[in-house]
Design a protein around this ligand. Structure first.
Ligand code: UDP
Ligand code: UDP
Length: 482
């Protein structure tokens, strides 16, 4: 019912819009593109998914393979990247740059597909490099923004903020219309250095926002009503395109992935099944944050002392492929750790299906790095967040989660040195972690606010809800334009 029908001399012609989706590197970026592709396809829109190859991590390969096998109606094309090397740059950031530098390969791909495209949806990290190509083809260009609306507001004002600060570090940034001033310490560390590759891309993408026709963002009003309103009223930055809140995007129902999850049931899934309702603390820091070894050991002590039941995903390398060949859990935590913790804790050193974990009735808390996907996924499941932000946008996202009642930002744990922050921070002591976790798992007020947010999330994505209707009118709008 989302396609428009037009009368043509007695014949009714149904117009099906065709959208190309271009994701960027890392699961944090890929998740929303995959979910949006699946949602659009389910709404009857034609989708061509353009995968920049080679991919960086196994997580990405798995997600794309799952989309491929579960959505036969989605078409797949590869963008074979031009070689680019920058050995000292973070592997995901390097990949953003590699994809950006392959923009010249895009035009033939976009013009090769049939029926002709109605629009392109491109990841924010690629926008300024790709928008000249899409605009030359007169294609409406939409953006997937992968973080909070507050980060989008920061991106929008960043070009003028940078200009005002000259070459120096940034002071507090006022976000007009939101009543929030982001202190310099909250701003992603690389943005303070105008020569940092991330800061260069961020500035260019911020400028390019004005050329986009709309921005899809994985948030909803129970999390960020005020910021969304300010963005759409032109208060944050005049001339911004519509910001389309489509969150929280629901996990894709993958046939193959579900089967694989069932095959793993004798490990963490079976263990979760055996725990009391909402008793388990899930501990994971996203797909690209590796804790230093010393901090892993102290966190291990903390989880042991907390007395909580826990499911802990340990990551000691930024890219998962390197982790596989890496250190054994026993080397990180000591031989006797598992024995001491016994049945109370489950430690894994592999990818888990986070959607499945958060949806499990035994899970009641989530010790997280406040990656935005994690925040949105926890909000959808009504799981309390205890945020321990590290680098990038995570402090801003932890602030947002704290303000709306989706979680608590455990500020005293500071900025952990994940290798991405410029500052070295002392390791947080295991005793302190244990004590605080015990308190947090007993926080009743947080239980109430997360339950309220979950209700709002479900309303938002349900028929008639804000996210659902936003996608519906996007597709109807494209169909009407054909
Ligand atoms: N994720 C997962 N299993 C893991 C680690 C991560 O499914 O073991 C998923 C998680 O559900 C989320 C994404 O990877 O969708 C991570 O994105 P987020 O924004 O939370 O953090 P980032 O990894 O970008 O820092
Ligand atoms: N980044 C970086 N250094 C930092 C923070 C971020 O190089 O201190 C890069 C990194 O490549 C990351 C990107 O900036 O992928 C965006 O970071 P963010 O944490 O906002 O998002 P993520 O990619 O983790 O989902």
């Amino acid at each position: 019912d989302l396609q428009s029908s037009a009368s043509n001399g007695g014949l009714t012609v149904t117009v099906v819009p065709h959208v190309a989706m271009i994701p960027s590197a890392g699961m944090g970026h890929l998740s929303i593109s995959v979910r949006l592709a699946a949602t659009l396809a389910s709404h009857g829109c034609l989708v061509t998914f353009i995968t920049p190859r080679p991919l960086v991590s196994d997580g990405e390969s798995r997600a794309i393979a799952d989309l491929h096998s579960s959505y036969p109606q989605i078409r797949f094309l590869d963008l074979r990247l031009l070689p680019f090397d920058a050995p000292d740059v973070d592997p995901f950031l390097r990949q953003f740059e590699t994809i950006r530098r392959s923009a010249s390969l895009l035009q033939p791909l976009l013009t090769s597909v049939t029926p002709p495209l109605s629009a392109v949806i491109v990841d924010i990290s690629l926008l300024s490099a790709f928008v000249p190509v899409t605009k030359a083809l007169r294609l409406p260009t939409y953006v997937t923004f992968i973080s909070s609306a507050m980060m989008l507001a920061l991106l929008a004002v960043f070009p003028s903020v940078r200009k005002a600060a000259g070459d120096g570090p940034l002071a507090a940034v006022d976000i007009p219309g939101v009543g929030t001033s982001l202190p310099g310490s909250l701003i992603p560390p690389p943005l303070h250095d105008p020569k940092h590759l991330f800061a260069i891309q961020f500035l260019e993408n911020g400028e390019a926002l004005l050329q986009a026709d709309g921005v899809f963002i994985n948030t909803f009003s129970a999390l960020e009503a005020e910021t969304l309103a300010a963005l759409n009223a032109g208060t944050v930055m005049p001339g911004l395109p519509p910001v389309i809140a489509v969150g929280p995007q629901e996990p894709v129902k993958f046939e193959g992935a579900r089967r694989a999850a069932v095959a793993r049931r004798d490990s963490w899934a079976a263990w979760l099944d055996a725990q009391p309702p909402r008793s388990v603390l899930y501990v994971a820091f996203g797909n690209r944050t590796a804790l230093p070894k010393e901090q892993i050991r102290e966190l291990g002590v903390g989880l042991e002392k907390s007395g909580c039941r826990f499911l802990w995903v340990v990551k000691s390398k930024i890219v998962d492929r390197e982790d596989d060949a890496g250190v054994l859990l026993e080397d990180l935590l000591g031989e006797a750790y598992r024995e001491r913790v016994g049945e109370r804790g489950m430690v894994v050193k592999s990818w888990v299906d986070q959607d499945e974990v958060l949806a499990h009735p035994s899970v009641g808390g989530f010790l997280s790095h406040a990656g935005w996907n994690s925040v949105a996924e926890a909000a959808l499941q009504g799981v309390r967040l205890f945020n321990w932000p590290s680098g990038g946008d995570q402090r801003v996202c932890a602030l947002v989660a704290d303000k709306c009642g989706a979680g608590v930002w455990v500020k005293e744990w500071g900025w952990s040195s994940s290798g991405r922050s410029n500052e070295e921070t002392p390791t947080v002591n295991g005793e302190d972690i244990g004590k605080r976790l015990r308190e947090l798992m007993g926080d009743a007020a947080l239980c109430e606010s997360t339950a309220r947010i979950r209700e709002a999330a479900l309303r938002s994505v349900g028929v008639g809800g804000m996210s659902y209707e936003a996608l519906r009118s996007f597709i109807a709008g494209l169909a009407a334009r054909e």
